[in-house]
Design a protein around this ligand. Structure first.
Ligand code: A2R
Length: 322
């Protein structure tokens, strides 16, 4: 039996293609000598796309594939895919929720501790011989008794809150809708939560509805002793306002796994010892990425055999009801 044809679009590692080739005939758009000619010619045979959560899937690619029925996203965030447009065309979009909650929460805790305890700056202090020449490093501040505000209290936000519990912090959250079943203070107003918090952790989806949610007013609320941790999407934080707040000492510290224009990172941050920078590795362990690749493939296999995906995004759930 011939394998169905699918198209890989984006920057995902080679292993995803290898895994998908077990079930499908896989084309990689970026490997075509002339991607436009490929779309115009072989595009009519392509029935599904696999793409990365942090990649932007151009609508022109969707437009060029007349038989496209499914887009399987490698990642829980799918802000790079116009899911509403896809749904309006009857194209089902799936993503990879839950399998990465634990790892993203671990990355968040690692980044939080690295930032508040100056782990990276102190590593440099040792390597540069400054421990010997300048003596003991300065004291840092602990987490116990601190107020931590989590922006976004979904699957990952709750996993972060669970892990934070062992540090004896006071935890509250900001979302658009309060969750009465969650036994934590809910702040409907983000600026108010920023004023209350010593630490803010950002873990909402990206996209238009959260663009620059963390703006100058929020950063100023957090203040010169405050720490911002972003493990969501770079777009959720106004990066220019963040850099200005750090430069001017209006914000204490930042731990960032994501940026507005990846892999570009504002140069001004490189010289700051109160900033820890990661290259978008929230879910990037061997185990978690294997689980995500499996769910990308399982969603596609399920759709090809039953017309339904295992984990459709909310905008597309109605397409497979009934
Ligand atoms: O606002 P709500 O009640 O829909 O709560 C969701 C919250 N959220 C927002 N909070 C404030 N302002 C907004 N404009 C806004 N939009 C969404 O973010 C909910 O509490 C949370 C999202 O939770 P989940 O859908 O369960 O997402 P999950 O799996 O926790 O992943 C979050 C994001 C991904 O989209 C990736 O961008 C990143 O983490 O890795």
């Amino acid at each position: 039996m011939t394998k169905p044809e699918i198209l890989l679009v984006g920057t995902m590692g080679a292993q995803l293609k290898t895994d998908l080739e077990e079930h499908f005939h896989v084309h990689r758009l970026e490997q075509q000598t002339d991607p436009q000619a490929f779309l115009a010619g072989k595009g009519r045979h392509v029935r599904a796309i696999a793409t990365g959560g942090a990649d932007q899937l151009p609508n022109s690619v969707m437009d060029a594939l007349p038989d496209l029925g499914m887009i399987s996203c490698y990642g829980v965030g799918y802000d790079g895919i116009d899911a509403k447009l896809a749904a309006s065309r009857g194209i089902l979009v799936s993503h990879t929720p839950d399998v990465l909650n634990d790892e993203v929460a671990n990355t968040t805790i690692a980044l939080l501790l690295a930032t508040t305890r100056h782990v990276v700056a102190f590593d440099r202090y040792v390597r540069e011989g400054r421990w010997k020449s300048e003596g003991p490093a300065p004291l840092t501040r602990g987490l116990a008794g601190k107020n931590v505000g989590i922006i976004g209290m979904g699957r990952i936000g709750q996993a972060i809150a669970e892990k934070l519990a062992v540090f004896h912090c006071e935890i509250a959250y900001h979302t658009r809708n309060a969750r009465p079943e969650i036994p934590m203070r809910h702040f409907p107003d983000l600026v108010e939560m920023a004023g209350w918090a010593d630490i803010l952790i950002v873990i909402t989806p990206g996209g238009a509805s959260t663009r620059h949610l963390v703006n100058r007013a929020v950063l100023d609320g957090l203040g010169p002793q405050g720490t911002l941790i972003n493990v969501a999407r770079g777009t959720v934080v106004d990066e220019a306002a963040l850099v200005a707040a750090l430069c001017e000492g209006r914000l204490g510290a930042a731990g960032l796994d994501v940026f507005e224009n990846e892999p570009e990172v504002p140069q001004a941050l490189f010289a700051m010892d109160n900033v820890v920078l990661l290259p978008h590795v929230g879910s990037a362990t061997v185990e978690t990425r294997a689980a995500m690749r499996k769910l990308v493939a399982d969603n596609l296999v399920s759709w090809f055999s039953t017309g339904k995906a295992l984990t459709p995004v909310p905008e597309c759930k109605h397409l497979q009801e009934g």
